[in-house]
Design a protein around this ligand. Structure first.
Ligand code: FAD
Length: 520
């Protein structure tokens, strides 16, 4: 473990580590893979090496298909490397809503698909004897607010209708009282990278070609869909699977208007009070999710929450970590915080992921996205659907999750549209401004937006005093990116693309970097 040395972890305000580092990523030495340097031909080209891409590659290679998995950055460093890693079908307050929007049958499909995915992960852990802290626990959805007691009761009634094994309780194994809590029995949590690393080794043994630093820019849609990479190499496929979190190839599926990116924050804290059973999330906002985790043989807790739309927050991004710290410190005795990290996930129009053909007409190009921060089971479900669609096998869940499903009937769409139309506002905002911040006044590790050579520019001074300047126009649709002081990144408020301070893509939908600028 690189970041955490007892007693010498660098702390900033309120005892938070200075740098954002995911424990999952920091605790496993991952193998490296080459960059794709040539044209290749495979049965299935999978783009994105997170939970979705690796599980899909594993399943398809087992079917004897010739598979290639490409990753734009390094493997497992997307949302999967920065998750909370609860494996559960308890996805907040969802079943009562699904029943009223889709009816019992469809709500049942959502539950069954996620429950099956949870069991499938457990089956793989047992089959491959994966040492990944896999722990069975009950999941609890709790509330401290009177207003939410009725909502939990309604959710419980939905559990009864769907035969979900659960119950309402009024105490939980946390050092604070709750008004009510809804238990879903026999869920789990694990170390996602330890788990996926074993699946990746299985992939290698089954002949999967794996490439890192190989970004897909587009798909040429013909009888044999072809992935075009940043270096203009071609992967000629029978099937393309976009496991890239945000689809890089839209295929006129209009994904940017059908979903938005939402960030959240996590801290790993050593607390005096231990949580020996269960994993927890509240029903109200701001979200507070809690699960135990073992770091170097010692018990810690992960506290997660503080969601906001990417690139849009009413406070500096670091303040979200501080809020999590305050929550932990108010309810527990915090002794140490060795890690903090954050990530984002995508939310769809009707809260159900889009899994299947990218559009009705394009039979050989698939997408899996919109997991709403419940992607451990949802990604596994997606991989199982892909396997069945490609192998021409019946899958009872494929139609329900299809991106081409009829989503008109859902009343939440109106609210969603209002939420998503601020894109237009952000597209225009800042375009005419020519801010005049003085670059000379920047301290190391600070950034500003100013005017360089007549262009609106984002300037970051790194800890060695080196200046990095980028054009703040997002390469996706031209919105103005905002500085994220918690991660030192440029984040787009429109569709959630993110870039390093040097302008390289971290999160799609952007596939091209920000333009670099020089001081004249
Ligand atoms: C803070 C937080 C906590 C969460 N906690 C939980 C939890 O407790 N339980 C749960 O079930 N879910 C949770 N989730 C959700 C879950 O982590 C994600 O849904 C899941 O990890 C998504 O996996 P993925 O493989 O689809 O995406 P990713 O892991 O993001 O993988 C996509 C990969 O594609 C690559 N890529 C992107 N574009 C391209 C391109 N053009 N070319 C090549 N490569 C590309 C990326 O670099 C990335 O590595 C959480 C999410 C967040 C944000």
């Amino acid at each position: 473990m690189k970041n955490y040395v007892e007693g010498v972890t660098i702390m900033t305000q309120q005892g938070l580590p200075k740098q954002s580092t995911s424990y999952w990523r920091d605790s496993v030495a991952l193998q490296e893979f080459p960059k794709l340097q040539e044209k290749i031909k495979v049965d299935v080209g999978i783009v994105g090496a997170g939970m979705t891409g690796i599980t899909t590659a594993y399943l398809l290679a087992k079917q004897g298909l010739d598979v290639c998995l490409i990753e734009g950055n390094t493997i497992m460093n997307g949302t999967t490397g920065h998750t909370t890693a609860k494996i559960t079908a308890q996805h907040g307050l969802i079943y009562d809503e699904l029943i009223s929007h889709f009816g019992i049958e469809h709500a049942q499909l959502y539950y069954e698909a996620n429950n099956r995915a949870k069991n499938f992960i457990k089956q793989l852990v047992n089959e491959h004897k994966i040492d990944c802290q896999f722990t069975n626990e009950d999941a609890f959805l709790y509330t401290k607010s009177n207003e939410y007691v009725q909502k939990l009761e309604n959710e419980y009634k939905a559990y009864e209708k769907l035969n979900i094994d659960g119950s309402l309780v009024d105490t939980v194994n946390l050092p604070f009282s709750v008004k009510s809590a809804l238990k879903m029995k026999n869920q789990a949590y694990f170390h996602p990278i330890e788990y996926l690393n074993v699946l990746l080794n299985e992939c290698k043994e089954n002949g999967v070609q794996i490439y890192e630093q190989t970004r897909a820019l587009n798909v040429e849609y013909t009888k044999h869909p072809t992935i075009i990479t940043e270096d203009d190499h071609r992967i000629i496929c029978r099937y393309v699977i976009q496991a890239s979190h945000y689809p890089f190839y839209d295929g006129t599926g209009f994904y940017p208007v059908k979903m938005y990116a939402d960030r959240a924050y996590i801290i790993a804290a050593k607390t005096k009070e231990k949580v020996t059973t269960g994993m927890y999330i509240n029903a109200e906002t701001p979200t507070r999710s809690i699960r135990p985790i073992t770091i170097d043989g010692e018990e810690f807790l992960l506290f997660a929450g503080e969601s906001h739309k990417t690139g849009q927050s009413d406070k500096p991004m670091m303040a979200h970590y501080n809020a999590l710290y305050d929550f932990a410190n108010k309810n527990f005795t915090v002794e140490q915080i060795p890690y903090r990290w954050s990530a984002q996930d995508l939310v769809t129009l009707d809260k159900v992921p889009y899994v299947g053909r990218v559009t009705k007409a394009q039979h050989n190009v698939f997408v899996a996205t919109g997991f709403r921060k419940w992607g451990m089971t949802n990604s596994t479900n997606a991989a199982l659907i892909f396997r069945d669609l490609i192998m021409d096998q019946e899958n009872p869940y494929a139609e329900f999750f299809s991106p081409s499903r009829n989503i008109k009937a859902n009343p939440s769409i109106k609210k969603f549209v209002t939420y998503n139309t601020d894109v237009a506002k952000h597209l225009i905002k800042g375009k005419l401004e020519r801010p005049q911040e003085e670059i000379e006044h920047l301290q190391p590790n600070e950034a500003c937006v100013t005017t360089v050579n007549g262009e609106r520019a984002g300037v970051y001074k790194d800890t060695d005093g080196k200046i990095h300047i980028v054009d703040t126009t997002c390469s996706h649709m031209g919105c103005e990116v905002q500085w994220n002081n918690a991660e030192n990144t440029w984040d787009c408020p429109c569709h959630g693309s993110r870039y390093t301070y040097t302008g390289n893509v971290l999160n799609g939908p952007a596939v091209k970097p920000l333009n670099k600028l020089e001081l004249s």
